[in-house]
Design a binder for this molecule. Structure first.
Ligand SMILES: NC(=O)c1ccc[n+]([C@@H]2O[C@H](COP(=O)([O-])OP(=O)(O)OC[C@H]3O[C@@H](n4cnc5c(N)ncnc54)[C@H](O)[C@@H]3O)[C@@H](O)[C@H]2O)c1
Length: 263
């Protein structure tokens, strides 16, 4: 992978799980890491700014505390479906969009955004019309209002990740036009603190069944390596794409080899 030394990254969700692994790998490679999280990371980041990603005001206030330009925004933070639906949608989708767009003026030429979405968003083709409608809103607040006016069926987590995935796919050309890239990573189950909540909302049978099938869950490092790849020069022609990182189950589902899991 091309040299990360001296490069600057803003990482959300850096206090735990995948985001912490991303931050640790970047720091070990000599990069600067500015952390945005509601909690303080254990890693010796260059700067940590406390933020509540469910609040547009908090995101803007956090960005004001951060100076300079960056080589990438790595949007990793997320909340599980055990949180209130409005919070889940705000953090997992609206904050992702708001940060990506607020970041356009801070990206160095050739810079990129990487969004950690989820295989839980695989169902987006069935809700594409509604997703495109909410993404047609112009602001964070309008997005919040749209969701209040159009409650969605099922788990808010799946919906939030469907929106994050479609947002990422839909912005590739616009980012490319400005000399940037935006891509996503879609993990299956990863051994992090959030997984216990997924066992509650998605069903123990689904989560444990996947572990049994694959022999293990992903580690945060399995996912972090792909996040860093997408932000690197080696991924220069990948844009508006989402890479599934789930040990093989997604391929089996899309090819019809195994049924779609019931989340
Ligand atoms: N673990 C999995 O099985 C799995 C699977 C697919 C996708 N993901 C996604 O990966 C990403 C990282 O999750 P993880 O597994 O590392 O979980 P995690 O719980 O270990 O980390 C999530 C991080 O996000 C931060 N965060 C949450 N809400 C916030 C808020 N309102 N403001 C600021 N920070 C906030 C938390 O403080 C934490 O540091 C999430 O987007 C998650 O949806 C996880």
């Amino acid at each position: 992978m091309s040299a990360l030394s001296g490069k600057r990254f803003l990482v959300t969700g850096s206090a735990s799980g995948i985001g912490l692994s991303v931050a640790e790998k970047l720091l070990a490679a000599g990069a600067e890491v500015v952390s945005l999280d509601r909690n303080e990371p254990s890693a010796a980041v260059t700067q940590h700014v406390k933020v509540d990603l469910a609040s547009r005001e908090s995101i803007d206030a956090a960005l004001e505390q951060v100076d300079g330009t960056f080589d990438a925004l790595l949007s990793v933070a997320g909340v599980p479906g055990t949180a209130p639906a409005a919070t889940v949608f705000a953090v997992n989708a609206l904050a992702v969009r708001h940060l990506a767009e607020a970041f356009l003026e801070r990206l160095n030429p050739g810079g990129s955004v990487v969004v950690v979405s989820s295989t839980a968003g695989f169902g987006f083709p069935q809700r594409l019309e509604a997703i495109r409608e909410v993404l047609a809103t112009d602001t964070f607040e309008e997005g919040v209002q749209w969701f209040a006016d159009h409650p969605q069926e099922g788990n808010a987590y799946n919906w939030s990740k469907e929106v994050a995935t479609v947002y990422t796919h839909s912005m590739g050309l616009a980012f490319g036009d400005m000399g940037f890239r935006i891509n996503g990573v879609l993990p299956g189950p990863v051994q992090t603190p959030i997984l216990e909540d997924f066992r509650e909302t998605m069903g123990e049978d689904t989560i444990d069944g996947l572990e049994e099938l694959l022999g293990r869950h992903a580690t945060p490092e399995d996912i972090a390596d792909v996040v860093l790849f997408l932000a690197s020069e080696e991924a220069r022609w990948i844009n508006g794409e989402c890479i599934t990182v789930d040990g093989g189950t997604g391929g089996a589902v899309v090819s019809g080899s195994v049924p779609v899991p019931e989340f």
